[in-house]
Design a protein around this ligand. Structure first.
Ligand code: PHE
Length: 345
């Protein structure tokens, strides 16, 4: 009889759990109070038979200890609750907000560029960031003594090797070489990716940045195709009416070569600080693929011709978002990154 009661109350005590101060006090009164259950049970114990006393004595003591320990541990856990109102849980407090991540502005711009060229049938090609001399320089017609191979611009990793020195690629033109070596014309692809140049970090230069280069090789591809492709790209990216102009330039891997300017996206050509009051800003380099490059990649330069272009994603993003300091792109300051959440999705 007494044993049954103890078993039942033991279950009740074990199941008991609260952070509410009043309930805990009721528990204390019910079990440990001067008129409580433990007192009752001890009273009852006095009148049981001597054999039962022997077995029950220990059970009874353990039961009492259990009730006291439970009360103590719950009380310690409720110390915080006692200082705040009622249960210590204020259900009216707002929950902790959680933030939805945003895309990096460079990722947004990269995606926009890729989408525009996709519409023209360009596919995306990728290649390694650690490159050999052949793919980064030699196949692209860089003369042996060209200053771009110099330690100044290139992060070299290892001297020598089957295809020359190993270095971090300085442009994604290396992917064009890999693509042409691996396949047969026609090629129509863009190559987005990270590139590295050994430059001191400042607001206007960084030791790494991102490029999108493009390549189109087929029979009778002309400079007119190049101009029209890039003109379409600029209208899509910066809006109808954006003007373009081509200035003669030099790259070892293209002949003829040009740099392309667009009418300033900020002042629309009227003159401002960004365009240094010229009304124009440069956005990319381009040209007709040098026949030497085609031949280096095993393509018949008598049959095929092509154009190539390359731009820095940071530059395109600067013009789109007016970001003046390049370092912001790689510092991962959430206050900066958050601003571009809904600029382009
Ligand atoms: N590879 C050049 C660079 O890194 C860009 C470019 C690509 C120029 C293709 C012309 C043609 O600056």
């Amino acid at each position: 009889m007494l044993q049954e009661k103890i078993t039942q109350y033991t279950e009740e005590i074990n199941a008991f759990s609260t952070v509410i101060v009043d309930e805990l006090e009721q528990f204390r009164i019910k079990f440990l109070g001067t008129k409580g259950i433990i007192k009752d049970i001890f009273d009852e114990f006095k009148s049981v038979s001597p054999e039962e006393k022997r077995t029950l004595g220990k059970v009874l003591n353990e039961f009492k200890q259990l009730a006291e320990a439970k009360y103590q541990s719950l009380k310690e856990g409720t110390e915080v609750a006692e200082t705040s109102k009622d249960s210590g849980l204020d259900m009216t407090l707002p929950g902790e907000g959680f933030e939805i991540g945003s895309r990096h502005p460079l990722a947004l711009v990269r995606r926009e560029i890729v989408e525009i060229f996709n519409k023209l049938g360009f596919v995306v090609a990728e290649g390694p960031e650690i490159e050999d001399d052949w793919h980064n320089f030699s196949a692209l017609n860089f003369p042996e003594e060209h200053p771009a191979r110099d330690m100044q611009d290139t992060f070299f990793i290892r001297k020598g090797g089957e295809h020359g020195d190993i270095a971090l690629r300085t442009h994604t033109s290396s992917v064009q070489v890999r693509m042409m070596e691996a396949g047969k014309p026609p090629f129509r692809a863009i190559m987005p990716g990270r590139v590295y140049r050994n430059e001191a970090i400042s607001a206007r230069a960084h030791c790494f940045f991102h490029q999108v280069e493009g390549l189109y090789v087929d029979e009778s591809v002309s400079f007119a195709d190049l101009k029209q492709t890039l003109f379409y790209f600029v209208q899509e990216l910066y809006g109808e009416g954006t003007k373009v102009r081509f200035r003669p330039s030099y790259f070892p891997f293209t002949e003829p070569s040009a740099e392309m300017d667009i009418s300033c996206t900020i002042c629309k050509g009227a003159g401002c600080q960004l365009c240094k009051y010229s009304g124009w800003v440069e956005i990319l380099g381009c040209g007709m693929v040098d026949p030497n490059v085609l031949e280096n990649c095993g393509i018949d330069s008598k049959k095929y011709s092509g154009f190539a272009f390359g731009m820095g994603i940071e530059r395109i993003a600067n013009l789109k978002f007016e970001i003046k300091d390049l370092r912001l792109f790689s510092e991962n300051d959430a206050r900066f990154l958050k601003q571009y959440k809904s600029a382009l999705i």
